[in-house]
Design a protein around this ligand. Structure first.
Ligand SMILES: N[C@@H](CCC(=O)N[C@@H](CS)C(=O)NCC(=O)O)C(=O)O
Length: 210
C-alpha cells in the first residue's frame, strides 16, 4: 500500500483539515502531510492537482483521491477496521454518526462568529444568543456522550471520528474563552487540548504564522 498523503490548509485556521489530521495522528496511521496556504493564488493552482472541489482536506491513497473530512474519515474507518474509528456497538455507532453529522452540517452560528484561529486569543467578546444556542447544544452532546460512555473520549476510552469532528470546536472555545461550561464539557476541552497531537497542530500553526 502506498503511503497515505493528506492535503491540508493552514493549521492556524483550517478547522476542516484538523479533523482527519488529528484522526490519523491519534490512530497512529502513518501519512505524509502536504500543506497549502489558503487564500493565495498558489492555493488555487495547486489544489486543482488534488481535487476539483477546490477545498481541503483531501486524502490521497495511491490513485484514489478522497475529498471532504467526513468521506475521508469513513474511508479511514473502512481501510483500517482494526483501529475502531467508529464505536463497535451498533447503537453507539449510530449515535456517533449522528453527532458527527450534526457537526458536519450544522452549528453555522458558531462557525461564523467563532472562526478558528488556534494561535490567537479573543477573550471577552459577547456573542448573539444564536451562538450560545450552538454552544449549549455542543455542551449537551459532550455531556451525554461522556456520561454514557464514561470518557475520557466521547465514545469511551479510544479517540474516534466523533472526537476528531469536535476537536476544532475545542480550539474555538479556547480561542474565544468559552469557559462557562458544564464540568464534564470543561474536562473534555482539557482532554482534547492536552493531547500530544493537538499540541503538535498548534505548534505547527505557530511556526507557519505570518
Ligand atoms: N465540507 C468540506 C469543507 C472543506 C472546506 O470548506 N475547506 C476550506 C478550508 S478549512 C477550504 O478549502 N477553503 C478554500 C476555498 O474555499 O477557497 C470538508 O468537510 O472537508
Amino acid at each position: 500500500m502506498a503511503e497515505l498523503q493528506l492535503v491540508i490548509g493552514d493549521k492556524k485556521i483550517s478547522s476542516w483539515s484538523l479533523r482527519p489530521w488529528i484522526l490519523l495522528k491519534e490512530s497512529k496511521i502513518p501519512f505524509v502531510e502536504i500543506q497549502l496556504q489558503l487564500n493565495t493564488p498558489e492555493f488555487y493552482e495547486k489544489i486543482k492537482v488534488y481535487t476539483d472541489s477546490g477545498k481541503v482536506p483531501v486524502l490521497l491513497d495511491g490513485e484514489t483521491k478522497i475529498w471532504d473530512s467526513l468521506s475521508i474519515s469513513e474511508y479511514l474507518a473502512e481501510t483500517f477496521p482494526e483501529k475502531k474509528l467508529w464505536p463497535k456497538d451498533k447503537a453507539a455507532r449510530a449515535v456517533a454518526r449522528s453527532v458527527v453529522a450534526e457537526m458536519h452540517s450544522g452549528f453555522a452560528e458558531l462557525r461564523k462568529n467563532l472562526s478558528m484561529n488556534v494561535t490567537e486569543k479573543f477573550h471577552g467578546k459577547t456573542f448573539p444568543k444564536e451562538v450560545w444556542k450552538d454552544i449549549r447544544r455542543i455542551e449537551t452532546i459532550w455531556k451525554e456522550c461522556l456520561r454514557t460512555h464514561k470518557g475520557p473520549f466521547l465514545f469511551g476510552k479510544e479517540f474516534g471520528i466523533a472526537d476528531a469532528f469536535y476537536a476544532p470546536v475545542v480550539g474555538r472555545f479556547l480561542t474565544y474563552g468559552i469557559e462557562d461550561l458544564d464540568p464534564a464539557a470543561s474536562a473534555y476541552v482539557a482532554t482534547i487540548s492536552g493531547l500530544y497531537s493537538y499540541k503538535e497542530w498548534v505548534d505547527g500553526a505557530k511556526k507557519n504564522s505570518v
